[in-house]
Design a protein around this ligand. Structure first.
Ligand SMILES: Nc1nc2c(ncn2[C@@H]2O[C@H](COP(=O)(O)OP(=O)(O)OP(=O)(O)O)[C@@H](O)[C@H]2O)c(=O)[nH]1
Ligand SMILES: [Mg+2]
Length: 367
């Protein structure tokens, strides 16, 4: 005879962490939409905050898990800690197309870990945007050439961008020489990719415009643009973790947000001077290699990350429930993520309270 009491149990209030724009809201909304048709995900340049759990049902509603994709920007750290302290498990979302930002996603999880004194605490990395990773690999020659064309154009004509504020304002900036600062290179890359891969854009609106490269949203264009800029620029000083935090502060480009490196240094004082690059050093090969090797995750990168996570158990109490590399646009991927979450609900019951945890620096320990 089955135990009917078990059938209405909720197990699994799961916090979903990860860098801004990594795909937390999109993933959770699409998962919730599998059982609640009223849910839908909307593109937005601002990013989300999120303070309410979304429900994901299993087995015709007899079991359910609550997922909170708490905002990934740095400024929501206190919120993450607050909600994290009652979470029964954690999903770490990693963007398949910007692997250099994974350390931020992980540090969000580790910074909450000290509030969670459990052994066998279930965690699961979910690597998103698998479709985009594959499509950029196929498109890499055109993709890199587009950026090279954008760099050439910037040498002779002004770089136009739309600054967000009370109103969206068109602004222009010109190159002052061959040494280009981070902020400007970021805008050149975004502009070049936008002009090739989108039509009918409406400044400031992430939902308008037609996407010509499937899966390459305007937000993805910005996140990837920032990661690529970071990889192409050289930094002579500055704390790596602090630079990554600075980069995880905003979703639009720095110019679009009307901010600059010096202003951001007030929040991230150890990030050092603005990185820069000699534009003449940026060849087609350099851009291709940087995207392929430094940004797009491979299967080996993912399994390496997962096995490193496994080794953290003595410090964090974490137990890796499993992992997935998925696209939210494919039913198969969403199905696998749902199965993983269902497994976490079982694993939650095996976590036990203990008293042995401390905070640690993931970049020193793992990367
Ligand atoms: N191609 C592709 N794009 C994805 C996938 N998952 C998410 N995205 C896109 O990634 C962008 C950011 O997704 P969000 O879910 O808003 O990111 P988030 O992690 O909630 O970001 P914050 O709210 O800023 O913390 C959006 O443009 C999504 O459409 C995926 O599997 N494939
Ligand atoms: Mg979000």
């Amino acid at each position: 005879m089955s135990d009917t009491r078990e059938e209405s149990i909720n197990a699994g209030r799961l916090l979903v962490v990860g860098t801004q724009g990594g795909g937390k809201t999109a993933l959770v909304t699409k998962l919730a939409a599998r059982t609640d048709q009223s849910m839908s995900y909307e593109e937005d340049f601002g990013g989300t905050i999120e303070t309410e759990y979304l429900r994901l049902s299993f087995d015709e509603g007899r079991f359910f898990s609550l997922l909170l994709p708490v905002g990934g920007q740095e400024k929501w750290q206190k919120l993450r800690e607050r909600f994290g302290s009652t979470a029964e498990g954690m999903i770490i979302v990693l963007d398949s197309c910007t692997k250099k930002f994974w350390v931020n996603s992980l540090s969000q999880a580790t910074s909450i870990s000290s509030f969670l004194p459990y052994d066998n605490y279930p965690i699961a990395p979910v690597v998103t945007k698998r479709d985009l990773n594959e499509i950029i690999r196929k498109e890499i020659d055109n993709f890199a050439q587009t950026i090279i064309d954008g760099l050439e154009q910037a040498k002779t004509s002004p770089i136009v961008y739309y600054s967000r504020g009370f109103r969206i304002t068109e602004r222009k900036v010109e190159l002052l020489g061959e040494i280009v600062p981070f902020t400007i290179l970021e805008q050149i890359i975004i502009n070049s990719l936008e002009s090739k891969y989108f039509t009918g854009l409406v400044p400031g609106n992430a939902q308008k415009g037609k996407v010509l490269l499937p899966g390459f949203s305007l937000v993805n264009c910005r996140i990837l643009g920032r990661a690529l800029t970071q990889e192409l620029c050289t930094t002579t000083e500055g704390d790596q973790m602090e630079i990554l935090s600075l980069l995880n502060d905003m979703r639009p480009s720095m110019l679009e947000l009307d901010t600059n490196w010096v202003d951001l240094l007030q929040k991230y004082p150890k990030a050092g001077a603005e990185p820069q690059v000699n534009i003449n050093d940026l060849s087609l090969e350099v851009i291709q290699d940087t995207i392929l090797n430094n940004l797009l995750a491979s299967d080996a990168d993912i399994s390496d990350f997962v096995s490193k996570l496994g080794t953290l158990n003595p410090k964090t109490g974490w137990r890796v429930s499993g992992y997935e590399h998925i696209s939210i646009f494919e039913d198969e991927g969403l199905g696998s993520a749902a199965t993983l979450i269902r497994k976490m609900m079982v694993d939650v019951k095996e976590s036990v309270r203990v008293d042995k945890f401390n905070v640690f620096n993931p970049i020193e320990e793992l990367f």
